[in-house]
Ligand binder design. Structure first.
Ligand code: FAD
Length: 630
């Protein structure tokens, strides 16, 4: 029987050989001391993945074309899904799939988030829009519990089992398949710029909250439970934002009444199995989650998780595009041979295969780091409630894991989503004219892929995040940075292994790119600081930093730097694997061969281009200022 997990050797490598499941079980379960028990737990994870692979190949994929053709519609205020879509979700509910990551005490399977992400790839290969709607079940239940533990509103017994939790009813509703959740950030005038949100929540005299505003493009926004980001202070700042849980329907005086509603769903280019809703809140009852002003911080936790999810979703779509193209190219003949025997086509297919596997390497690394960091943070919150503290070593481990997850997440979201679009296009290209026709899956994959670099933070926003984290690390620890750079250069000259030498060369080029950006930013700032009274030069240089004005050079090259960091992170991950698993060496060599020239090219662009463009932007900004003051 067809199975999207079992037929994927590279994915199985991680599950069967690479992932340190024991470390994950230790954080998640209470049976890790007993080898037979934790090994049994891991066997269960593998069975779940294998079942997911079968469901993806035999239930989701065969329905994808019909779901795409019929789409979701709003009829008399109700979102109506195609019959095949409803059947599919009934199957997932009956299999208990909505409780994948919920604890057993709440009726869930208590599986790790890593398993959910890996399933994301497998489901995404079948249909990304189905995966996304499924994700808003599992992830919403997970985050309701997570936020409750974070704010201290979940009670545990002495064995660490949940006795009760603040969001018990919503979680139970989701697990029972009655409804699901959504995350509501975007508004007509604010997407990337969250500080500009207008939805407003007002505290009532009795301490309850009411919320008013319009959220747009809300995926699965026809579910009952909405995580809504709203202003609780009238200022244009991320610290003015708070997070609320707002149900569409509430119970009032024994009756179910409308609290908020979907007034439109979008007609989209793809992603037809996922409803994209406009939601109206009008003096709606809202429950504050966490503290006032903490909304952006909490939403960012959820979004970082969701960005990892989009990473795996994108890998799934890229894998689908690659398999489709590979199988077609084997059969289709031109000029006397199958097209996969023509060097150019063989090169495209090789690039697709290697790139998917390289991105999967950083995806798994990020997912494991996120899993362990989140699990240990939750344990820390539980201990705090009991008045206990985490030991210093574990605390340091959490920080290390969190840093790693934070470093890779934007790289993964950026690279996986951009590559999914590229590969969907190449898949269509390799199908020739047939690829452009509606009865070929290549055109659906291309339409479905286009949103991946847009939602959960666009590629440009991911690049800015990567830039910010890297540059602020260098400015905080300049000596450590210079040491890292010197070591990379030294190792590139003295390492005996050819692949290792190439990875060090790439690391050195990555450091050179970062140094070029920092030097240029500092130079511009210095020349501006010296352009005024001499006595205040140092004050102007060190104190008066404006990210929009002073980091233009960094912003200009943020995507190029991100591409370099992706190439290097994947090379490091594959080299690391090759050291313990010699059968992975060939993959590492193939990746390095492709990635190193790209790194060199992007470094060249960072070091040598952009001055004229930045000058033009500066002149335009000055002109605008002059026009305003005239
Ligand atoms: C199918 C779909 C589903 C979605 N689901 C959800 C959901 O569930 N919940 C939700 O809240 N939102 C959702 N969104 C909205 C999505 O997150 C936003 O569209 C996205 O964040 C971009 O915001 P925007 O559309 O306002 O574009 P803008 O922010 O206006 O950006 C326009 C362009 O400018 C670029 N840009 C903006 N600022 C900068 C900058 N400082 N530097 C460089 N470039 C910049 C962007 O990268 C983009 O290319 C969804 C969108 C779609 C299409």
């Amino acid at each position: 029987m067809s199975n999207f997990y079992k037929d994927n050797e590279d994915l199985r490598f991680y599950v069967e050989k690479y992932i340190d499941w024991k470390a994950i079980v230790e954080v998640l379960e209470r049976n890790a001391e007993d080898p037979a028990a934790w090994q049994q737990t891991v066997e269960t994870y593998k069975e779940v993945l294998s079942t997911a692979g079968e469901v993806a190949a035999t239930e989701i994929a065969p329905r994808a074309r019909q779901i795409d053709a019929e789409g979701m519609h709003l009829q008399n205020g109700v979102v109506v899904a195609p019959k095949v879509h409803t059947e599919l979700f009934d199957t997932l509910r009956d299999m208990g799939m909505y409780g994948l990551c919920a604890p057993q005490e709440l009726g869930g399977m208590n599986c790790p988030g890593v398993l959910y992400f890996l399933m994301g790839e497998v489901f995404g290969r079948a249909d990304v829009s189905v995966l996304v709607h499924y994700g808003f079940h599992v992830a919403s239940a997970y985050w309701l519990l997570h936020f409750s533990i974070h704010e201290g509103s979940t009670e545990f017994d002495a064995d660490g089992r949940i006795v009760k939790t603040r969001f018990q009813k919503p979680i139970e509703d989701i697990l029972a398949g009655k409804t699901w959740g959504s995350m509501d950030l975007t508004e007509p005038n604010a997407g990337s710029d969250l500080a500009a949100l207008r939805t407003r929540a007002i505290k009532q005299e009795d301490g309850t909250w009411r919320l008013t505003g319009n959220k747009i493009f809300i995926t699965s926004g026809h579910g009952n439970y909405h995580f809504v980001l709203a202003k609780t202070e009238d200022k244009n700042s991320l610290t003015a934002l708070s997070l609320f849980l707002v149900p569409l329907k509430i119970e009032r005086n024994g009756e179910t009444v409308t609290n908020a509603y979907v007034d439109r769903i979008e007609e989209k280019c793809g992603h037809h199995g996922s409803a994209t809703c406009s939601v109206q809140f009008d003096n709606s009852e809202a429950e504050l989650i966490g503290k006032e002003g903490e909304g952006f911080k909490l939403m960012l936790k959820l979004m970082n998780h969701a960005r990892l999810g989009v990473g795996f979703e994108s890998i799934g779509l890229a894998q689908a595009a690659y398999c489709l193209a590979r199988d077609y190219a084997k059969e289709r003949r031109s000029m006397g041979k199958p097209i996969d025997q023509h060097p150019m086509v063989a090169d495209y297919l090789d690039e697709m295969d290697v790139t998917i596997r390289a991105i999967r390497a950083i995806a798994v690394e990020a997912a494991v780091a996120e899993e362990l960091a989140t699990g240990l943070e939750l344990e820390e919150s539980r201990r705090k409630q009991r008045g206990a503290v985490m030991d210093a070593d574990t605390h340091r481990r959490i920080k290390r894991l969190r840093r790693r997850a934070r470093f890779i997440t934007p790289l993964l979201k950026y690279a996986a989503s951009e590559q999914a679009v590229y590969m969907a296009r190449m898949s269509m290209q390799l199908h020739g004219g047939n690829g452009y026709m509606k009865d070929c899956d290549a055109e659906r994959l291309l339409r479905d892929s286009l949103v991946l670099p847009v939602y959960e933070g666009t590629s440009q926003i991911q690049a800015l995040m990567a830039l910010k984290d890297n540059i602020s690390w260098i400015t905080k620890k300049p000596l450590l940075f210079l040491r890292k750079m010197a070591l990379a250069k030294l190792n590139a000259a003295r390492a005996e292994d050819e692949i290792e030498r190439a990875v060090y060369r790439m690391q050195y080029m990555a450091c050179s790119a970062q140094r070029a950006i920092v030097q240029r930013v500092a130079k511009d700032k210095w020349s501006e600081a010296t352009n005024g009274p001499l006595a205040q030069v140092f004050d102007r240089f060190f104190k008066d930093w404006d990210p929009k004005r002073d980091f233009a050079h960094g912003q200009l090259h943020a995507e190029r730097l991100t591409r370099i960091l992706v190439d290097v992170a994947a090379a490091e991950a594959l080299l690391d694997q090759a050291k313990s698993f010699p059968e992975r060496r060939e993959l590492a060599a193939r990746w390095v061969e492709k990635a190193e020239p790209r790194v060199r090219y992007n470094l060249d662009l960072i070091e040598n281009t952009g001055n004229a463009l930045l000058n033009r932007l500066e002149i335009a900004a000055d002109d605008e200022l002059t026009a305003k003051s005239a």
